[in-house]
Design a protein around this ligand. Structure first.
Ligand SMILES: C[S@@+](CC[C@H](N)C(=O)[O-])C[C@H]1O[C@@H](n2cnc3c(N)ncnc32)[C@H](O)[C@@H]1O
Length: 238
C-alpha cells in the first residue's frame, strides 16, 4: 500500500506525511515481520506508509496521533481494521501501556514537536513499555538543513556551552524564514546524534545505531550535507 502524491500535508499543520518509507522506518517494518505475540506502537503515525506496511506485515498495530482525523484516515486506507487499534492523544501525556507489553515502538518525524523534558519522559516510558530486547525506531529532524543555517551560530554556541538541548528553538521565526514554516508550530526541537544518543541512554535504552542520513523524499531546498535526518535504533535491555 502506498500514498500518493509524494507528501501530504497534515490536517493540524504538523508537517507532512510522506509516501516513501525511509531506511529507518523500513528497519522497523522488517522488525515487525519477526514472529511476535505482542503489538507494535507507532507514535504520531498519522496515515503513514510505514504504518500501512507494518499492518501488511501482519502484526497488530497500535496507532497514536494527536489528530483523531489522521487516524480515521489511516483506518480508511488500511481497509481492514482487524489488526489496528487507534489511540488518539498526546505523547507522552496521554499514552499508558503495561510494562513490557510492546514488541517495538516507531516514532518518525514527531519529536521535533516535543520539549526536552517531554522527550526525556517519553523515552523513559518507551523503555518501560518495551518487551526485553524490544526496539525503538526513531527518526528526527536535525539542525543540518539548509533552511536552518541562520540558527547554526547559536546552535554551535549552545553546544560549546554544554546546553542540554541545544537544538530547541522556542520561536523559529527568530532564526529562520521559509514558506514551509507556515505549516509548522511556532517552536521546533532539532536533534543531533549526540543529544539523541545521550537521551536514549539515560532512559535506560541500549543504542544499536544512531546516524545521520538523507531521506529520499526531502525537498531540494532543505538539502545541506547529507545529515538532514537522524535515525536511532535502541533496544530495551534483555
Ligand atoms: C510530520 S507528521 C509525521 C507522520 C508520520 N509519522 C510520518 O513519518 O510520515 C507528524 C505527526 O505527528 C503528530 N504529533 C505531533 N506531536 C504529537 C504528540 N505529542 N503526540 C502524538 N502525535 C503527535 C501530528 O499530529 C502529525 O500527524
Amino acid at each position: 500500500m502506498s500514498l500518493s502524491p509524494a507528501r501530504v500535508l497534515t490536517r493540524n499543520r504538523m508537517g507532512w506525511v510522506s509516501a516513501a518509507i525511509s531506511d529507518l522506518s523500513q528497519a522497523w517494518v522488517d522488525d515487525c515481520r519477526e514472529p511476535a505475540g505482542l503489538p507494535v506502537l507507532d507514535i504520531g503515525a498519522a496515515f503513514s506508509s510505514a504504518s500501512l506496511a507494518a499492518l501488511d506485515a501482519g502484526i497488530s498495530l497500535i496507532a497514536n496521533d494527536l489528530d483523531p482525523g489522521h487516524l480515521a484516515e489511516l483506518e480508511r486506507r488500511a481497509g481492514s481494521a482487524a489488526l489496528l487499534t487507534l489511540k488518539p492523544g498526546h505523547f507522552p501525556r496521554d499514552l499508558h501501556f503495561e510494562e513490557r507489553s510492546l514488541h517495538s515502538v516507531h516514532i518518525s518525524n514527531v519529536v521535533h514537536f516535543l520539549t526536552g523534558k517531554q522527550l526525556d519522559l517519553g523515552l523513559r516510558l518507551i523503555a518501560r513499555w518495551l518487551r526485553p530486547g524490544g526496539r525503538l525506531f526513531l527518526q528526527a529532524v536535525t539542525p543540518f538543513q539548509a533552511i536552518f543555517t541562520g540558527f547554526h551560530p547559536e546552535y554551535e554556541r549552545r553546544r560549546q556551552a554544554g546546553v542540554r538541548w541545544p537544538g530547541y528553538i522556542p520561536k523559529l521565526s527568530e532564526f529562520a524564514h521559509h514558506r514551509q514554516f507556515s505549516q509548522m508550530p511556532r517552536s521546533v526541537h532539532l536533534l543531533d546524534v549526540e543529544v539523541l544518543s545521550r537521551a536514549a541512554s539515560e532512559a535506560g535504552l541500549e543504542i544499536e545505531r544512531c546516524w545521520y542520513f538523507r531521506r529520499a523524499d526531502q525537498p531540494r531546498e532543505i538539502l545541506l550535507d547529507g545529515r538532514e535526518a537522524v535515525g536511532l535504533i535502541a533496544r530495551s535491555p534483555a
